[in-house]
Write a protein that binds this ligand. Structure first.
Ligand code: CA
Length: 222
C-alpha cells in the first residue's frame, strides 16, 4: 500500500516515515500544502495522512480541494492537541479519521489498518482476511488453519495488497505503483520473484497468472 504523508514538522515526519516504512508501507512525504493538493490528486495513493497546520495551503483547504475533485481516498488528519474545532472542521471537510497530537505511533498504525480494511469492504473484520488466510499486520506473518507462515518484508507488502484486492486482476505496473514509493525504481521482474515465493509458501493456486493482464489472488479454483 502506498501512502502520502503531509507533515511540515520535520522531526515528526522523519519518525513517522521510518515507522510507516517498518510497517511495510511505501510512503511519499510532503511538507507544503500546495504540493500536497496537487500530488494527492495525481499519484495513486491508497491512504493519506494530512497535518492541518501547513505552509503553502492549510490542510483543511487541501482536503476540501481533494474532495471537490471527487478524490475518494481515505484521509486521516493530524490535529492540534485538544482542538475540537479542528477535528469537527476536518470531519466536515471529508476526513475519514483523525488523531490529536501528540499520539503514539502504534495508534496511528492501527487506525491506518482499520481505514484500509474499511475502504476495501472488510469493515467487519478485526484482521485482514481473504482466501482462508489471516494476515497478522503487527507481526507481518500469515495464518492458515491456525498454522503460522513466515513472510519476508517484501512478501508481506505484496500479500497485504493482494488480500485487500481479492479476485481482482492486478497488472504488474499497477502493483508496482502501489508497492513502491515515488523514488524507488520499479522492476517487474522483482515482483515476479516475490509472487513465486508466495506461491511456494501458500500454494500455487492462491495467485493465478492471467497472461498479458497480470495476477489474480484468491480466485476460486476453476
Ligand atoms: Ca504543522
Amino acid at each position: 500500500m502506498r501512502l502520502l504523508l503531509v507533515e511540515d514538522n520535520v522531526p515528526l515526519a522523519d519518525e513517522l516515515l521510518a515507522g510507516l516504512q517498518r510497517q511495510g508501507y511505501a510512503v511519499d512525504w510532503l511538507a507544503d500544502g500546495r504540493d500536497a493538493a496537487y500530488q494527492g490528486r495525481s499519484e495513486p495513493y491508497d491512504l493519506i495522512i494530512l497535518d492541518l497546520g501547513l505552509p503553502g495551503l492549510p490542510g483543511l483547504e487541501v482536503l476540501a480541494q481533494w474532495r471537490a475533485a471527487a478524490l475518494a481516498i481515505p484521509v486521516l488528519i493530524l490535529t492540534a492537541r485538544d482542538s475540537w474545532a479542528e477535528r469537527i472542521e476536518g470531519l466536515k471537510a471529508g476526513a475519514d479519521d483523525y488523531l490529536s497530537k501528540p499520539f503514539h505511533p502504534e495508534e496511528l498504525y492501527l487506525r491506518i489498518q482499520a481505514l484500509l480494511r474499511r475502504s476495501h469492504g472488510q469493515a467487519n473484520q478485526p484482521t485482514l482476511q481473504a482466501a482462508g488466510l489471516h494476515l497478522d499486520e503487527g507481526r507481518q506473518c500469515v495464518l492458515r488453519d491456525g498454522a503460522e507462515i513466515q513472510l519476508t518484508a517484501a512478501e508481506f507488502r505484496l500479500l497485504r495488497y493482494f488480500m485487500l484486492h481479492p479476485e481482482q486482476i492486478l497488472s504488474k505496473s499497477h502493483l508496482a505503483e502501489h508497492l513502491y514509493d515515488g523514488e524507488t525504481e520499479r522492476d517487474s521482474n522483482v515482483l515476479e520473484v516475490h509472487v513465486n515465493h508466495l506461491r511456494r509458501k501458500l500454494g500455487r493456486s492462491v495467485i493465478e497468472t492471467r497472461r498479458g493482464q497480470g495476477y489474480r489472488f484468491g480466485a476460486p479454483a476453476a
